[in-house]
Write a protein that binds this ligand. Structure first.
Ligand SMILES: [Zn+2]
Ligand SMILES: [Zn+2]
Length: 237
């Protein structure tokens, strides 16, 4: 049956109409336009570093202002075709992208894994969830947890207040807007006690939202917080 389906619908590139060898791949042209981050990125925010770098190095931003979490990774820079992947997953109802993108994310997060880790997504407010019908970060987190056989707790964090979209805001505005917007789900307190948490999001811009999430987890008793995102915005434009 699967073979028949393949004859009729040969697998397509994730971001264009080109045919590819197997499901969940990018064609060579789209692949070359997707800025995947290679070793060694900033150990805290996942941003690519310039020059001769070593494992554990930090970028200037993370060195001057330590992050609210311990270590972080990103699959790709939020540029060129990486934007296409993220926007399709986020607004284009392309939930099928969560599988391959989740596999990339699981690969990027590998150096961060520790025993007993809990995987949790950055939450969406229920109103936005209703409009979008799914939380793209939760779809990614689910894949990462599945591939690494880690506990997945989708409702570890909650966002009871609807915040405005952060697009176009400065770092300070972003941090003020999300302040207090994310809370720990008290029903999960027993599950998190003494365990490390891996937070998953689709895009990291300044890291303000992830910092709120990390602080909420730490206050609730997590033993360390790590973050992995699909795409990292290099610079504010
Ligand atoms: Zn393509
Ligand atoms: Zn950094």
């Amino acid at each position: 049956m699967q073979r028949l389906t393949r004859l009729i619908y040969p697998p397509q590139c994730l971001t264009c109409d080109e045919m590819v060898e197997s499901e969940g791949r990018l064609c060579p042209s789209c692949w070359s336009r997707t800025p995947f981050i290679v070793d060694h990125p900033c150990d805290a925010c996942g941003k690519p570093l310039i020059g001769d770098t070593q494992a554990g190095d930090l970028c200037d931003d993370c060195r001057s202002m330590p992050r609210a979490w311990s270590r972080g990774r990103a699959v790709m820079l939020y540029a060129d075709n990486a934007r296409g992947v993220v926007l399709r997953l986020k607004h284009g109802d392309r939930t099928d992208l969560a599988r391959p993108a989740g596999a990339w994310l699981a690969q990027a997060a590998k150096p961060l894994l520790v025993d007993g880790m809990i995987v949790a997504p950055v939450p969406l407010h229920w109103m936005r969830l209703l409009r979008r019908r799914y939380n793209q970060s939760a779809l990614l987190a689910q894949q990462v947890a599945k591939l690494h056989r880690l506990s997945y707790i989708p409702d570890l964090l909650r966002r009871p207040i609807a915040t405005r979209t952060l697009d176009g805001m400065t770092a300070v505005q972003r941090s003020e807007t999300v302040a207090g917007a994310i809370v720990f789900n008290e029903r999960r307190r027993a599950a998190i006690a003494g365990r490390p948490v891996l937070l998953i999001d689709d895009v990291m811009t300044t890291g303000a939202t992830l910092a709120q999430c990390a602080n909420a987890c730490r206050r609730a008793g997590a033993a360390g917080v790590f973050v992995a995102v699909l795409a990292r915005v290099d610079r504010e434009h």
